[in-house]
Design a protein around this ligand. Structure first.
Ligand code: 2BA
Length: 107
C-alpha cells in the first residue's frame, strides 16, 4: 500500500477532489501554504493499493494546470533607492510524493 501526497493549486483543488472521489479513492484534504509564494494551496493525502497509484496520479495530472504567477522582487540601487519589479514564477501542475505505508489500520 502507498501514500500519495499531492500538493495542488487551490484553483484546481475541487476538480482534483471530485475526480479522485468519483473514481473510488479515499481522500483527505488539507489547507496548506506554499513556503515560497506564501499563498494557499491544497494538499491531498491518498492511501491506496500499489496498483492504483498510477491512476490516482493520472487523475491529479489531468485536473492540474501549470500557471504563471507574478511575485514582487525588490531591487536595490546605490544611494539607498530601491524599486519593486515583479518576477514571473511557473507554478505546478501538482507536486506529488509517493511513499510506502508500513502499516495501515482502521480501528
Ligand atoms: P511554493 O513553495 O509557494 O512555491 C510556488 C512556486 O514557486 C513553485 O512551484 C516554484 O515554481 C517556485 N519556487 C519555489 N521555491 C522556489 C525557490 N526557492 N526559488 C525560486 N522559485 C521557487 P511548484 O514547484 O509547482 O510548487 C508548488 C507548491 O508545491 C509549493 O508552493 C510548495 O507548497 C509545494 N512544493 C513544491 N516542491 C516541494 C518540495 N520539494 N517539498 C515540499 N513541498 C513542495
Amino acid at each position: 500500500m502507498k501514500l500519495v501526497t499531492a500538493i495542488v493549486n487551490k484553483d484546481d483543488s475541487n476538480g482534483v477532489q471530485s475526480a479522485l472521489t468519483s473514481n473510488g479513492f479515499s481522500v483527505t484534504r488539507l489547507a496548506t501554504t506554499g513556503g515560497f509564494l506564501m499563498s494557499g494551496n491544497v494538499t491531498f493525502l491518498i492511501a491506496t493499493d500499489d496498483e492504483k497509484v498510477d491512476r490516482a496520479i493520472e487523475l491529479i495530472a489531468d485536473k492540474s494546470q501549470m500557471r504563471k504567477e507574478l511575485i514582487p522582487a525588490t531591487t536595490g540601487y546605490d544611494g539607498g533607492m530601491s524599486s519593486s519589479v515583479p518576477i514571473e514564477v511557473t507554478v505546478g501542475g501538482a507536486t506529488i510524493f509517493v511513499q510506502d505505508i508500513e502499516r495501515f489500520e482502521k480501528v
